[in-house]
Design a protein around this ligand. Sequence first.
Ligand code: SF4
Length: 369
Amino acid sequence: MSAAPANFYDHTRAELLALASRWGFPPVHAARLWSYVYLEGIEDWAAMSDLPARFRAKAEGELAFGRHATAAETPSSDGFTRKYLLELTDGRRIETVLMRYTGRVTACISSQAGCAMGCVFCATGQMGFVRHLTPGEIVAQAMHVDAVLRTTAAPDEAPAPALADSTHASPHARHERLRNIVLMGMGEPLHNYDAVMKAIDILRDPTGLALGAKKITLSTVGVVPGILRLAAEQRPFHLAVSLHGATQEERAALVPVAKKWPLDELMDACRTYIAKQQRRIFYEWTLIEGKNDTPESAHAVGRLLQGQLAQVNLIPLNPTAGYDGAPTGRDAAKKFQAILADYGLPSTIRQRRGIDIAAGCGQLAVAKK
Ligand code: SF4
Protein backbone atom coordinates (compact mmCIF):
# COMPACT_ATOMS: atom_id res chain seq x y z
CA MET A 1 0.00 0.00 0.00
CA SER A 2 1.47 3.38 -0.93
CA ALA A 3 1.92 6.03 1.78
CA ALA A 4 -0.62 8.83 2.03
CA PRO A 5 0.53 12.04 0.33
CA ALA A 6 2.42 14.45 2.56
CA ASN A 7 0.89 17.82 3.39
CA PHE A 8 2.31 20.47 1.04
CA TYR A 9 1.93 23.04 3.81
CA ASP A 10 4.26 21.13 6.14
CA HIS A 11 7.19 22.06 3.89
CA THR A 12 9.47 25.05 3.93
CA ARG A 13 10.50 26.29 0.50
CA ALA A 14 13.96 24.75 0.97
CA GLU A 15 12.40 21.38 1.83
CA LEU A 16 10.19 21.55 -1.25
CA LEU A 17 13.18 22.28 -3.48
CA ALA A 18 15.07 19.34 -1.95
CA LEU A 19 12.04 17.12 -2.51
CA ALA A 20 11.93 18.00 -6.20
CA SER A 21 15.63 17.16 -6.50
CA ARG A 22 15.02 13.78 -4.86
CA TRP A 23 12.28 13.13 -7.41
CA GLY A 24 14.81 13.92 -10.18
CA PHE A 25 13.41 17.33 -11.15
CA PRO A 26 15.16 20.70 -11.19
CA PRO A 27 14.39 22.81 -8.10
CA VAL A 28 12.99 25.55 -10.32
CA HIS A 29 9.82 23.48 -10.73
CA ALA A 30 9.35 23.34 -6.97
CA ALA A 31 9.98 27.08 -6.75
CA ARG A 32 7.23 27.67 -9.32
CA LEU A 33 4.89 25.34 -7.43
CA TRP A 34 5.60 27.35 -4.25
CA SER A 35 4.75 30.63 -5.97
CA TYR A 36 1.58 29.21 -7.54
CA VAL A 37 0.36 28.35 -4.05
CA TYR A 38 1.61 31.23 -1.93
CA LEU A 39 1.54 34.10 -4.42
CA GLU A 40 -1.38 33.16 -6.63
CA GLY A 41 -3.46 31.02 -4.28
CA ILE A 42 -3.67 28.22 -6.85
CA GLU A 43 -3.99 24.67 -5.55
CA ASP A 44 -5.40 23.10 -8.69
CA TRP A 45 -2.69 20.99 -10.35
CA ALA A 46 -4.40 21.30 -13.74
CA ALA A 47 -4.17 25.10 -13.51
CA MET A 48 -0.38 25.06 -12.97
CA SER A 49 0.28 25.26 -16.68
CA ASP A 50 3.89 26.50 -16.33
CA LEU A 51 4.87 23.17 -14.81
CA PRO A 52 5.70 20.11 -16.94
CA ALA A 53 3.01 17.41 -16.83
CA ARG A 54 5.48 14.81 -15.50
CA PHE A 55 6.39 17.00 -12.53
CA ARG A 56 2.76 17.77 -11.81
CA ALA A 57 1.85 14.07 -11.92
CA LYS A 58 4.67 13.20 -9.52
CA ALA A 59 3.89 16.08 -7.15
CA GLU A 60 0.17 15.27 -7.20
CA GLY A 61 0.95 11.68 -6.16
CA GLU A 62 3.29 12.76 -3.36
CA LEU A 63 1.70 15.93 -1.99
CA ALA A 64 -1.76 16.99 -0.93
CA PHE A 65 -2.91 20.49 -0.12
CA GLY A 66 -3.96 19.90 3.43
CA ARG A 67 -6.48 22.72 3.47
CA HIS A 68 -9.13 22.21 6.08
CA ALA A 69 -12.73 21.61 5.14
CA THR A 70 -15.04 24.28 6.52
CA ALA A 71 -17.49 22.55 8.83
CA ALA A 72 -19.20 25.81 9.73
CA GLU A 73 -18.74 29.52 9.11
CA THR A 74 -20.30 32.10 11.39
CA PRO A 75 -20.33 35.84 10.73
CA SER A 76 -20.68 38.24 13.64
CA SER A 77 -23.69 40.52 13.54
CA ASP A 78 -21.50 43.58 12.82
CA GLY A 79 -19.89 41.79 9.85
CA PHE A 80 -16.33 42.45 11.10
CA THR A 81 -15.55 39.00 12.44
CA ARG A 82 -15.99 35.54 10.94
CA LYS A 83 -15.38 32.34 12.80
CA TYR A 84 -14.47 29.22 10.86
CA LEU A 85 -14.92 25.76 12.30
CA LEU A 86 -12.35 23.79 10.34
CA GLU A 87 -12.03 20.03 10.09
CA LEU A 88 -8.63 18.36 10.20
CA THR A 89 -7.90 15.22 8.18
CA ASP A 90 -8.53 13.01 11.24
CA GLY A 91 -11.93 14.61 11.76
CA ARG A 92 -10.84 16.74 14.74
CA ARG A 93 -12.08 20.29 14.62
CA ILE A 94 -10.42 23.60 15.35
CA GLU A 95 -11.44 27.22 15.08
CA THR A 96 -9.86 30.08 13.14
CA VAL A 97 -11.14 33.63 13.30
CA LEU A 98 -10.90 36.47 10.78
CA MET A 99 -11.07 39.82 12.56
CA ARG A 100 -11.36 43.20 10.94
CA TYR A 101 -10.17 46.21 12.89
CA THR A 102 -9.90 49.70 11.50
CA GLY A 103 -7.42 49.48 8.63
CA ARG A 104 -6.23 45.98 9.47
CA VAL A 105 -7.28 42.36 9.03
CA THR A 106 -5.98 39.74 11.41
CA ALA A 107 -6.30 35.95 11.49
CA CYS A 108 -6.49 34.39 14.92
CA ILE A 109 -4.96 30.96 14.51
CA SER A 110 -5.07 27.79 16.61
CA SER A 111 -1.92 25.87 17.53
CA GLN A 112 -3.55 22.85 19.15
CA ALA A 113 -6.89 21.06 19.15
CA GLY A 114 -8.04 21.84 22.67
CA CYS A 115 -5.54 23.00 25.30
CA ALA A 116 -3.82 21.45 28.29
CA MET A 117 -3.43 24.69 30.24
CA GLY A 118 -6.90 24.75 31.83
CA CYS A 119 -7.39 28.51 32.35
CA VAL A 120 -10.67 28.64 34.24
CA PHE A 121 -12.39 31.32 32.15
CA CYS A 122 -11.44 29.82 28.79
CA ALA A 123 -13.73 27.59 26.76
CA THR A 124 -10.78 25.88 25.06
CA GLY A 125 -9.23 25.13 28.44
CA GLN A 126 -12.56 23.80 29.62
CA MET A 127 -12.61 21.25 26.76
CA GLY A 128 -9.15 19.82 27.59
CA PHE A 129 -6.23 18.83 25.35
CA VAL A 130 -6.89 16.81 22.20
CA ARG A 131 -3.63 17.02 20.20
CA HIS A 132 -0.92 19.27 18.81
CA LEU A 133 -1.36 20.65 15.30
CA THR A 134 1.30 20.03 12.67
CA PRO A 135 3.09 22.98 11.02
CA GLY A 136 1.00 22.40 7.89
CA GLU A 137 -2.24 22.48 9.87
CA ILE A 138 -1.21 25.85 11.30
CA VAL A 139 -0.11 27.26 7.91
CA ALA A 140 -3.32 26.03 6.27
CA GLN A 141 -5.41 28.17 8.64
CA ALA A 142 -3.57 31.30 7.48
CA MET A 143 -4.03 30.21 3.87
CA HIS A 144 -7.71 29.67 4.52
CA VAL A 145 -8.14 33.24 5.71
CA ASP A 146 -5.93 34.56 2.90
CA ALA A 147 -8.14 32.77 0.37
CA VAL A 148 -11.23 34.35 1.90
CA LEU A 149 -9.63 37.80 1.71
CA ARG A 150 -8.40 37.47 -1.86
CA THR A 151 -11.78 36.30 -3.14
CA THR A 152 -14.22 38.45 -1.19
CA ALA A 153 -14.88 42.13 -0.72
CA ALA A 154 -14.30 43.86 2.61
CA PRO A 155 -17.48 44.77 4.52
CA ASP A 156 -17.06 48.47 3.81
CA GLU A 157 -16.82 47.70 0.10
CA ALA A 158 -19.70 45.25 0.03
CA PRO A 159 -22.50 44.49 2.43
CA ALA A 160 -21.80 41.72 4.92
CA PRO A 161 -24.13 39.16 3.28
CA ALA A 162 -21.95 39.19 0.15
CA LEU A 163 -19.17 37.64 2.22
CA ALA A 164 -21.26 34.56 2.83
CA ASP A 165 -21.23 33.99 -0.90
CA SER A 166 -17.46 33.58 -1.01
CA THR A 167 -17.57 30.36 -3.04
CA HIS A 168 -19.08 32.27 -5.95
CA ALA A 169 -16.62 35.13 -5.90
CA SER A 170 -14.18 35.47 -8.77
CA PRO A 171 -10.80 33.94 -7.91
CA HIS A 172 -9.21 36.86 -9.73
CA ALA A 173 -10.91 39.54 -7.62
CA ARG A 174 -7.84 40.39 -5.53
CA HIS A 175 -9.09 42.48 -2.69
CA GLU A 176 -6.73 41.94 0.22
CA ARG A 177 -4.03 39.60 1.43
CA LEU A 178 -3.51 38.38 4.93
CA ARG A 179 -0.90 40.52 6.66
CA ASN A 180 -1.41 39.94 10.40
CA ILE A 181 -1.70 36.79 12.45
CA VAL A 182 -2.08 36.21 16.15
CA LEU A 183 -1.50 32.78 17.64
CA MET A 184 -4.23 33.29 20.20
CA GLY A 185 -6.74 30.72 18.99
CA MET A 186 -7.14 27.30 20.51
CA GLY A 187 -4.07 26.00 22.31
CA GLU A 188 -0.87 27.22 23.94
CA PRO A 189 1.67 27.90 21.15
CA LEU A 190 4.74 27.40 23.35
CA HIS A 191 3.44 23.94 24.30
CA ASN A 192 3.76 23.08 20.59
CA TYR A 193 6.93 25.09 20.06
CA ASP A 194 8.64 23.36 17.13
CA ALA A 195 5.54 23.06 14.97
CA VAL A 196 4.56 26.68 15.64
CA MET A 197 8.03 28.03 14.81
CA LYS A 198 8.20 26.03 11.59
CA ALA A 199 4.76 27.29 10.58
CA ILE A 200 5.82 30.89 11.27
CA ASP A 201 9.01 30.38 9.25
CA ILE A 202 6.89 29.16 6.31
CA LEU A 203 4.47 32.09 6.60
CA ARG A 204 7.34 34.57 6.83
CA ASP A 205 9.19 33.27 3.77
CA PRO A 206 9.81 36.40 1.67
CA THR A 207 9.03 34.50 -1.55
CA GLY A 208 5.68 33.33 -0.17
CA LEU A 209 3.07 34.94 2.03
CA ALA A 210 5.92 37.07 3.42
CA LEU A 211 4.30 38.03 6.71
CA GLY A 212 6.35 40.65 8.50
CA ALA A 213 7.77 39.72 11.91
CA LYS A 214 6.01 42.74 13.40
CA LYS A 215 2.70 41.44 12.07
CA ILE A 216 2.92 38.21 14.04
CA THR A 217 1.94 37.94 17.69
CA LEU A 218 2.38 34.83 19.74
CA SER A 219 0.42 34.55 22.94
CA THR A 220 1.48 32.44 25.89
CA VAL A 221 -0.10 31.79 29.24
CA GLY A 222 3.38 31.79 30.75
CA VAL A 223 5.29 28.69 29.63
CA VAL A 224 8.64 29.79 31.05
CA PRO A 225 10.94 27.38 29.10
CA GLY A 226 9.30 28.52 25.85
CA ILE A 227 9.79 32.22 26.67
CA LEU A 228 13.46 31.60 27.45
CA ARG A 229 13.87 29.65 24.22
CA LEU A 230 12.25 32.46 22.23
CA ALA A 231 14.68 34.87 23.85
CA ALA A 232 17.71 32.66 23.18
CA GLU A 233 16.69 32.11 19.55
CA GLN A 234 16.04 35.85 19.10
CA ARG A 235 12.68 35.23 17.42
CA PRO A 236 11.69 38.68 16.23
CA PHE A 237 7.90 38.69 16.47
CA HIS A 238 5.63 40.10 19.21
CA LEU A 239 5.09 38.21 22.43
CA ALA A 240 1.92 38.50 24.50
CA VAL A 241 1.94 37.03 27.99
CA SER A 242 -1.35 36.32 29.73
CA LEU A 243 -0.98 37.66 33.25
CA HIS A 244 -4.53 38.00 34.67
CA GLY A 245 -3.27 38.09 38.29
CA ALA A 246 -0.49 40.22 39.81
CA THR A 247 0.15 38.00 42.82
CA GLN A 248 1.00 34.31 42.71
CA GLU A 249 -2.19 33.43 44.57
CA GLU A 250 -4.50 35.53 42.38
CA ARG A 251 -2.88 34.28 39.20
CA ALA A 252 -2.82 30.59 40.16
CA ALA A 253 -6.58 30.73 40.83
CA LEU A 254 -7.21 31.73 37.20
CA VAL A 255 -4.27 30.16 35.39
CA PRO A 256 -3.38 26.72 36.78
CA VAL A 257 0.03 26.63 35.02
CA ALA A 258 1.12 29.33 37.46
CA LYS A 259 1.58 26.49 39.95
CA LYS A 260 4.19 24.97 37.64
CA TRP A 261 5.80 28.25 36.62
CA PRO A 262 5.20 30.70 39.48
CA LEU A 263 4.89 34.43 38.94
CA ASP A 264 8.43 35.29 40.07
CA GLU A 265 9.90 32.74 37.62
CA LEU A 266 7.66 34.11 34.87
CA MET A 267 8.78 37.68 35.57
CA ASP A 268 12.44 36.60 35.50
CA ALA A 269 11.85 34.95 32.10
CA CYS A 270 10.07 38.05 30.78
CA ARG A 271 12.90 40.34 31.93
CA THR A 272 15.40 38.01 30.19
CA TYR A 273 13.29 38.13 27.03
CA ILE A 274 13.10 41.93 27.06
CA ALA A 275 16.82 42.29 27.75
CA LYS A 276 17.86 39.88 25.00
CA GLN A 277 15.36 41.02 22.41
CA GLN A 278 15.17 44.73 23.29
CA ARG A 279 11.48 44.28 22.57
CA ARG A 280 8.42 45.09 24.65
CA ILE A 281 6.14 42.41 26.00
CA PHE A 282 2.38 42.77 25.75
CA TYR A 283 0.75 41.63 28.97
CA GLU A 284 -2.82 40.43 28.59
CA TRP A 285 -5.16 41.10 31.48
CA THR A 286 -8.67 39.68 31.34
CA LEU A 287 -10.82 42.06 33.37
CA ILE A 288 -13.26 40.11 35.53
CA GLU A 289 -15.74 42.18 37.50
CA GLY A 290 -15.03 42.23 41.22
CA LYS A 291 -12.19 39.74 40.85
CA ASN A 292 -9.15 41.34 39.31
CA ASP A 293 -10.47 44.73 38.22
CA THR A 294 -10.19 46.63 41.51
CA PRO A 295 -7.88 49.61 42.09
CA GLU A 296 -5.80 47.33 44.37
CA SER A 297 -5.30 44.92 41.46
CA ALA A 298 -4.33 47.79 39.16
CA HIS A 299 -1.75 49.03 41.70
CA ALA A 300 -0.40 45.48 42.02
CA VAL A 301 0.04 45.28 38.23
CA GLY A 302 1.70 48.69 38.29
CA ARG A 303 4.18 47.63 40.97
CA LEU A 304 4.86 44.32 39.21
CA LEU A 305 5.58 45.78 35.78
CA GLN A 306 6.88 49.25 36.60
CA GLY A 307 10.09 49.96 34.72
CA GLN A 308 9.64 47.08 32.27
CA LEU A 309 9.42 47.61 28.53
CA ALA A 310 5.78 46.55 28.62
CA GLN A 311 2.28 47.30 27.46
CA VAL A 312 -0.85 46.00 29.15
CA ASN A 313 -3.82 44.91 27.03
CA LEU A 314 -6.99 44.99 29.09
CA ILE A 315 -9.64 42.58 27.83
CA PRO A 316 -13.08 42.67 29.45
CA LEU A 317 -13.99 39.01 30.06
CA ASN A 318 -15.72 37.25 27.21
CA PRO A 319 -18.49 34.98 28.45
CA THR A 320 -18.18 31.18 28.37
CA ALA A 321 -20.62 28.58 29.59
CA GLY A 322 -18.17 27.02 32.05
CA TYR A 323 -17.30 30.18 34.01
CA ASP A 324 -19.74 32.55 35.64
CA GLY A 325 -17.59 35.68 36.00
CA ALA A 326 -18.81 38.95 34.45
CA PRO A 327 -16.89 41.45 32.31
CA THR A 328 -15.69 44.71 33.83
CA GLY A 329 -17.65 47.76 32.69
CA ARG A 330 -16.17 50.58 30.63
CA ASP A 331 -15.76 53.02 33.55
CA ALA A 332 -13.96 50.55 35.80
CA ALA A 333 -11.72 49.54 32.88
CA LYS A 334 -10.85 53.20 32.30
CA LYS A 335 -10.02 53.68 36.00
CA PHE A 336 -7.80 50.58 35.88
CA GLN A 337 -6.05 52.05 32.85
CA ALA A 338 -5.52 55.41 34.59
CA ILE A 339 -3.81 53.71 37.55
CA LEU A 340 -1.48 51.84 35.18
CA ALA A 341 -0.62 55.16 33.55
CA ASP A 342 0.47 56.49 36.95
CA TYR A 343 3.14 53.76 36.93
CA GLY A 344 4.25 54.76 33.44
CA LEU A 345 2.63 51.71 31.88
CA PRO A 346 0.93 52.14 28.49
CA SER A 347 -2.24 50.11 28.07
CA THR A 348 -5.14 49.52 25.73
CA ILE A 349 -8.67 48.37 26.31
CA ARG A 350 -9.12 45.74 23.65
CA GLN A 351 -11.79 46.34 21.03
CA ARG A 352 -14.21 43.48 21.55
CA ARG A 353 -14.80 41.47 18.42
CA GLY A 354 -17.00 38.48 17.66
CA ILE A 355 -18.50 38.09 21.14
CA ASP A 356 -21.94 37.24 19.73
CA ILE A 357 -20.47 34.29 17.80
CA ALA A 358 -18.19 33.11 20.64
CA ALA A 359 -15.09 34.09 18.67
CA GLY A 360 -13.60 36.38 21.30
CA CYS A 361 -10.53 35.60 23.40
CA GLY A 362 -11.08 32.48 25.48
CA GLN A 363 -14.36 31.59 23.78
CA LEU A 364 -13.11 29.12 21.20
CA ALA A 365 -14.23 25.55 21.76
CA VAL A 366 -15.73 22.78 19.75
CA ALA A 367 -17.79 19.83 20.86
CA LYS A 368 -15.62 16.78 21.58
CA LYS A 369 -15.75 14.29 18.75
S1 SF4 B 1 -6.45 30.88 27.61
FE1 SF4 B 1 -5.04 29.99 26.10
S2 SF4 B 1 -3.63 28.79 27.37
FE2 SF4 B 1 -5.41 29.19 28.67
S3 SF4 B 1 -6.71 27.38 28.37
FE3 SF4 B 1 -7.37 28.95 26.88
S4 SF4 B 1 -6.27 28.43 25.00
FE4 SF4 B 1 -5.23 27.38 26.69
